[in-house]
Each structure stands twice: as structure tokens, then as C-alpha cells.
Ligand binder design. Structure first.
Ligand SMILES: [Zn+2]
Length: 130
């Protein structure tokens, strides 16, 4: 018999639920308390989320995505219109801040969903921990 997470949906379903801020196992419970605080457990199915720590992963993924996307756009705008530098600052700074805030939560949910699929939170010690 497959594990319960397999029975309730595959990997892509779990990742999509995590990115939407829902429990990666059942999809009914919320993953976050507030903006980025991970709940201790799912309020619908009881999946423990205590040991999952996304660390800097979501921020790094966001930096990569925004770096490639916005630098590419800024280069394209520079190539087409050659606006003054101050206009680049006025255009791109709020866009970077807003899109960074919009990306961070889904990326953190995605990271927690990946961790909930591949790592048990019930291990007493982490490998390599002293
Ligand atoms: Zn759940």
C-alpha cells in the first residue's frame, strides 16, 4: 500500500499545494501562520511541520528568478529606449521589492512541500549534527 501522501496525490500535487500555502498532504489545512511563519502542524490532517526549515532556500530561488527576469527586462528596456539611470531606479526598484515579496511565500511553501516529501521530521538527530 502506498504511503498516505502517495494515495492522496502525487509529487506535483503536493508541490502545487505547498506553493499555494496549503498542506502538502491533504490540501485543506494552511501551511503558514501569518506571512512566512510555518504552522507547527496541519490543522486538518495533523501533518507535523515542526522540523521543516526552509532556511535561505526560498530567498535564493527568488534571487535567481528575479535576477534573470528583471535584469533581462532592464537590459531590454535599455536596449530599446535608453532611459536615464534615475528612471531605471524608479521602474525596477518597486518592481523588485513587490515581486520579491510575492515570490517568497510560494517559494517557501514549495520548499516545505519538498521537505515534507523527502525528509521525516521525526528523526531525533540530523546526519552530521554533533
Ligand atoms: Zn493536512
Amino acid at each position: 500500500m502506498p504511503p498516505s501522501s502517495e494515495a492522496e496525490g502525487g509529487l506535483w500535487r503536493s508541490l502545487a499545494l505547498g506553493a499555494r500555502g496549503r498542506c502538502p498532504r491533504c490540501g485543506r489545512g494552511r501551511l503558514f501562520d501569518g506571512f512566512l511563519t510555518v504552522r507547527p502542524c496541519c490543522d486538518a490532517c495533523g501533518l507535523s511541520l515542526v522540523g521543516h526549515d526552509a532556511g535561505d532556500g526560498p530567498a535564493v530561488f527568488g534571487i535567481f528568478i528575479l535576477g534573470f527576469g528583471i535584469v533581462g527586462l532592464a537590459g531590454y528596456v535599455e536596449y530599446l529606449f535608453s532611459p536615464p539611470l534615475w528612471l531605471h531606479v524608479v521602474i525596477w526598484t518597486p518592481l523588485i521589492i513587490a515581486s520579491g515579496l510575492l515570490l517568497l511565500r510560494p517559494l517557501k511553501g514549495l520548499t516545505i512541500a519538498i521537505q515534507s516529501r523527502v525528509r521525516s521530521t521525526e528523526e531525533s538527530e540530523r546526519p552530521g549534527a554533533s
